[in-house]
Design a protein around this ligand. Sequence first.
Ligand code: FAD
Length: 311
Amino acid sequence: RLPSDLMLRNALLYLSNQQRVFRFIRDNRLAKRFASRFVAGETIEEALEAVAALNGRGIRASLDLLGESVTNAAEAQQTGREYVELLERIQARGLDANVSVKLTAMGQDIDEGLCVETIGAVLRTAQGFGNFVRLDMESSAYTQKTLDLFYGRLYPAYPENVGIVLQSYLYRTDDDVKRANQERCRVRICKGAYKEPPAVAYPDKADVDKSYVRAMQALMRDGRYPGIATHDEAIIAEAKRFAKAEGIATDRFEFQMLYGVRRDLQDALVREGYNVRVYVPFGTQWYPYLMRRLAERPANVAFMTGNIVKE
Ligand code: FAD
């Protein structure tokens, strides 16, 4: 990447944490319209419509109610109730969708007991419907905490209904993949979206990509139905080659992509007979999510400002 791209990426990741900037952007009609490319609306109803459209294209979904760290118990409990309702509405409409949750939105930063109780209610609902809850992975400050909670409390109680995410930019991920395979738990592998220091994460993209391929191959060969979350065509080609070479059937893994990103590639994979799941974020708290997506592809900033200038 060009150095200017990296500077822009860092600036965007910095802005993703600025609530004051969010308040300004949230009220901006044009920013909202741009966000609608990556975010499936602000209400459950709009999100379910987007899922129905994806299901019509042969694509499954994982619904994410946008929102990050909460600061009081009432907010965490409210988020938990909204996820329970979401699972009920998915079931009532017969949609092919599971949910993705962030533990910080369930009170992880406030109190572990509160977090376990809140996510527990969501997991019980998912279990009742035979559905599945993916614990998104946040910044490296939460990696160990999240895995401890998962292996210590959640996975033993709901082995069929909960899974984790590992990020290939972290040095620790080779070891985390080994453990996940030993414990037979479901993993989504992604590159990682947060700004991390070189003490914990590979600074060079080439190393992140190599680490991704290592983790992906180990999960495909020895893991349990991994989610291969990427839009990287070279890595997707490698996954297909590896599956053929190792005799891994197409129903033993799935490709995952983000809502609004590379729709052409999503459809092509479905036509070729692969399982594809799209991550569908919705809700009013879309700002940090949007900024991380812009940081991944700074060309999107030009796309956004270009649209504003045209208005
Ligand atoms: P890159 O090398 O970044 O991109 C490869 C190509 O994909 C680019 O050249 C570009 O053409 C295209 N592309 C990538 N991003 C965009 C974009 N935003 N807009 C347009 N084109 C783009 N990260 C976490 O840290 N925790 C999570 O829990 C998590 N869950 C995820 C779930 C799913 C289903 C997906 C797809 C990603 C998730 N991520 C998560 C984000 C992930 O870590 C990466 O930041 C993101 O997917 C971009 O990396 P990439 O693998 O697509 O490869």
